[in-house]
Design a binder for this molecule. Structure first.
Ligand code: AGP
Length: 364
């Protein structure tokens, strides 16, 4: 992969478009059909050690933290290990209890983010087991961790992360499947996830074909005062990442909330000039999410749903292909990258180099 723009007007557009190939790369050579699992050569975590893990704590900053939130959910669902994610920048300052039965995972595109690296160093000093989920091969975090997974997204030049975020979420699906199959995930469920993973590159390609329509929807976003992004459980990290993406490239203020929390405060912000993007996969929470749309409609808020079928209560719906529910966050994030991109384009922003931001924050 070269640094050439390859006919795209920005690296962000190029990197969004590359995602089917990037996801293909993170999967390549790793699927083990015989045992309905994956091979993760660099993990350095044998089956006995994996069975001894009682908690998983994922650390990263910005988009890497959001990918970690998705990862934590996948690990809980597939491996049934309690898991959570926390900004590395917070973790390193709060004198956290370091537990010998916890598996720590540092997530980073660059592998050089100072806050994440400092968290790794502190954990290592205290004797913790720390893995890395990293894009840049041989980077500081890759070197200092005990093992890990390279996400193989290829070079990401645009300051805002797109393909690396997606590949990191897929890398976590691989890790969750691996840990699950060492523990209690059945062969049938292992096969189900593998089938879902194999479908991803093509399905991402289908989502990318919706670009023209998403560009039209972005015109309304560009005219908004502020935006609200909501989701539940699997949808919530997608909402957080989509809000961050929009803020970074378009400079439009955006809030991300669990849909269940709207009524506890943020509903006060909803009005016609503050549209809501609702991430609502067809899972066990769909009806709850539909009820949230009603609450928003009652306050005259406009709604854009990202869903598996048209949503009656929404003003517009971006329909994404169905996959396995555990993998919904991967596909549902893609159209929202395009929405952020086209909003920024409509507003004439410096898309690849947003103001005040650096690609990797290597200082405190
Ligand atoms: C992503 O769009 C941002 N540029 C930012 O949040 C980034 O994810 C964060 O600074 C962490 O960087 P890293 O993945 O290189 O550690």
């Amino acid at each position: 992969e070269s640094y050439d723009m390859g006919g795209h007007d920005t690296y962000m557009h190029k990197e969004i478009a590359e995602q089917p190939d990037a996801v293909d790369r993170v999967l390549r050579g790793r699927i083990d059909d015989r045992f309905a699992t994956v091979r993760l050569g660099g993990l350095n975590l044998d089956a006995r050690a994996a069975r001894g893990v009682r908690r998983v704590k994922i650390l990263g900053c910005g988009s890497a933290y959001h990918a970690g939130l998705i990862g934590a959910q996948m690990i809980e669902e597939l491996a049934r290990i309690p898991a959570d994610a926390e900004p590395a920048s917070e973790f390193r300052y709060r004198n956290a209890v370091v537990d010998p039965d916890t598996l720590y995972i540092a997530v980073s595109q660059s592998g050089e983010t100072y806050d994440t690296l400092a968290a790794v160093q502190e954990l290592k000093r205290k004797g913790a087991m720390v893995l890395g989920v990293v894009n840049v091969v041989g980077s500081a975090i890759a070197r200092e961790t005990d093992g890990g997974i390279y996400v193989h997204a290829g070079p990401e030049v645009c300051v805002v992360s797109t393909k690396c975020f997606t590949n990191t979420a897929v890398a976590f699906a691989l890790l969750a499947l691996h840990l699950g199959r060492i523990r209690d995930l059945s062969v049938a469920d292992g096969r189900r996830i593998i089938e879902g993973l194999r479908k991803l590159p093509e399905q991402i390609g289908e989502v990318l074909k919706e670009e023209q329509r998403i560009a039209e929807l972005a015109t309304a976003v560009a005219a908004s005062k502020s935006m609200m992004f909501v989701g539940r459980v699997r949808g919530f990290p997608v909402a957080k990442e989509a809000a961050l993406k929009l803020k970074e490239v378009s400079y439009i203020h955006a809030e991300a909330y669990p849909a269940s929390e709207l009524k506890h405060g943020p509903l006060a912000l909803v009005e016609p000039a503050v549209p809501t993007v609702a991430i609502m996969p067809d899972d066990e929470l769909l009806e709850k999410n539909r009820a949230t749309l009603e609450e928003i409609k009652a306050r005259s808020g406009r709604i854009l749903a990202v869903a598996h079928e048209e949503q009656q209560k929404a003003d517009d719906t971006i329909v994404v292909p169905r996959n396995e529910p555990e993998l919904d966050p991967v596909l549902m994030g893609i159209p929202l990258q395009l929405l952020a991109y086209h909003t920024a384009l409509a507003l004439g922003r410096d898309i690849d180099k947003p103001r005040n931001l650096a690609k990797s924050v290597t200082v405190e």
